[in-house]
Design a protein around this ligand. Structure first.
Ligand SMILES: [Zn+2]
Length: 446
């Protein structure tokens, strides 16, 4: 032990699975791993230990975000439009890789996310990020699993990531290519989405194509997950045997959103991981509502607000209904596209949808770890990586406590919480084009 023990003490603790302590708890850390977890009756810290006391603290496993896009994070972009097309058109891979670093750091320090799964980036960006992390270039970063590029049909959602594949053979080849390049898991775009020219109401792939992907991925021991906004895409994903389904918005051809209980039943019975990404669009909705309080919205803004309210209402409803039908395999994903470091709102929304706080915290920890295969994370137990978050208050009593992160420990490193400003929130965009002064017009007289 040679005196290198760190002891985190708080008032309450939830281990991520079932055990909770309410009147005193501590976690002992040695060599980057958890050595012991105690409630009120725990022994005093060993001599020479570094003890961190949080009298009001709620101790939790580090949070896990199962759905991020690290190359984005372009809220407050300082010029020009913010659509995918503009971001993808203007920003280089190198800039995006830098943004990945900033975004991961924000997620870690601000939200206490100590592990995350990147579900779609361009070219080799996240694969290079992963390589850098594996090489030990820096430590203050969440554990990451990457799909590299998400597989999509020609012209499909996120086609700009450059992994288009059509037909079962090409789909199989895409999986092999990604595995060769180092993908940890396989992500597929099963319907259209926010990408210009795609249609969220329509399934992108046939069951035959999806089966080829799942079969090939599983042969290599890779987990599969699929983006599904269209009802038909959820059915196709279930037919093909995906491990996890993202979003499941149940969008119909007539632009309604219709939770189909028979399909919901299949999602539960087939034991699929459920990733509702419940907070997508929530901040945008909030800011449009705030704007509406200050001035009348333009028709475009009103249309956007109506859309985000419809989306939010649907996500709460579907998630709540699935829970009431017996679903328990929920996992927490922010779908961070605009903002990183904004995680706890998703937990608040899961509770608003009808999940008890314990199930909500499981979605953020042990469930997420199991779904992604983070064997080392999601649980405060001896032998696990020492990824620990301390929040103010007990989140089992009030989930909003998860938004008040006071200390993050990553792999045993007690992180300096005042260093957040080193990687500020900000535009994260390509620099505005330099405006060159035009030379004065020369008048040539003859
Ligand atoms: Zn996404």
């Amino acid at each position: 032990m040679d005196g290198h023990t760190t002891v985190i003490r708080g008032r309450s603790l939830f281990d991520g699975v079932d055990t909770e302590h309410r009147e005193g708890a501590s976690v002992w850390i040695e060599a980057g791993r958890i050595r012991a977890v105690y409630g009120r009756e725990g022994p005093p810290p060993p001599p020479g230990a570094r003890v961190l006391d949080f009298p009001d603290g709620g101790i939790l496993p580090g949070f896990i975000d199962t759905h991020v896009h690290l190359i984005l994070g372009t809220a407050h972009r300082n010029h020009g439009p913010k659509s995918y097309n503009h971001v993808m058109g203007e920003d280089s891979d190198a800039l995006m890789l830098l943004r990945c670093v900033r975004n991961g750091y924000l997620h870690l320090m601000k939200a206490g996310v100590t592990a995350m799964r990147d579900v779609g980036a361009r070219n080799r960006i996240t694969l290079d990020l992963k390589e850098g992390l594996s090489a030990g270039l820096f430590h203050a970063f969440p554990a990451v699993q990457v799909c590299g590029r998400s597989i999509t049909m020609t012209g499909g959602h996120f086609h700009f990531c450059n992994e288009e594949a059509d037909g079962p053979e090409a789909c199989r080849l895409a999986v092999r290519r990604l595995v060769k390049e180092g993908a940890d898991f396989i992500k597929v775009m099963g319907s259209g989405g926010g990408t210009y020219i795609t249609d969220a109401r329509r399934a992108s792939y046939t069951v035959e194509e999806l089966r080829a992907i799942v079969d090939e991925a599983h042969r290599h021991g890779k987990v599969t997950t699929i983006h599904c906004l269209a009802t038909q895409s959820v059915v196709n994903a279930l037919d093909a045997g995906f491990d996890c389904i993202e979003h499941y918005e149940f969008q119909e051809m007539d632009y309604t959103r219709n939770f189909n209980r028979a399909i919901g039943r299949r999602m539960i019975d087939q034991d699929v991981w459920l990733s509702p990404t419940i907070q997508t669009g929530y901040r945008r909705m909030e800011s449009l509502r705030a704007l509406r309080d200050r001035r009348p919205l333009t028709p475009g803004e009103q249309e956007a607000l109506t859309y985000f309210e419809w989306k939010q209402e649907g996500q709460l409803y579907v998630t709540g209904e699935l829970y009431r039908m017996g679903a328990r395999k929920f996992i927490m994903g922010t779908d961070a596209i605009a903002e990183f470091g904004d995680y706890a709102i998703g937990l608040e929304l899961l509770v608003a949808a009808g999940l008890p706080t314990k199930d909500t915290l499981r979605a953020a920890t042990s469930n997420a770890a199991a779904a992604c295969g983070f064997d080392d994370a999601g649980m405060l137990a001896p032998g696990k990586a020492a990824d620990v978050v301390v929040v103010r208050g007990n989140p089992l009593d009030d989930i909003r406590a998860t938004g008040d992160v006071v200390q993050v420990v990553k792999g045993g490193f007690v992180l300096p919480m005042d260093s957040l400003a080193l990687f500020p929130h900000g535009p994260g965009a390509a620099a505005p084009p330099v405006r060159r002064r035009r030379p004065d017009p020369q008048v040539i007289r003859t």
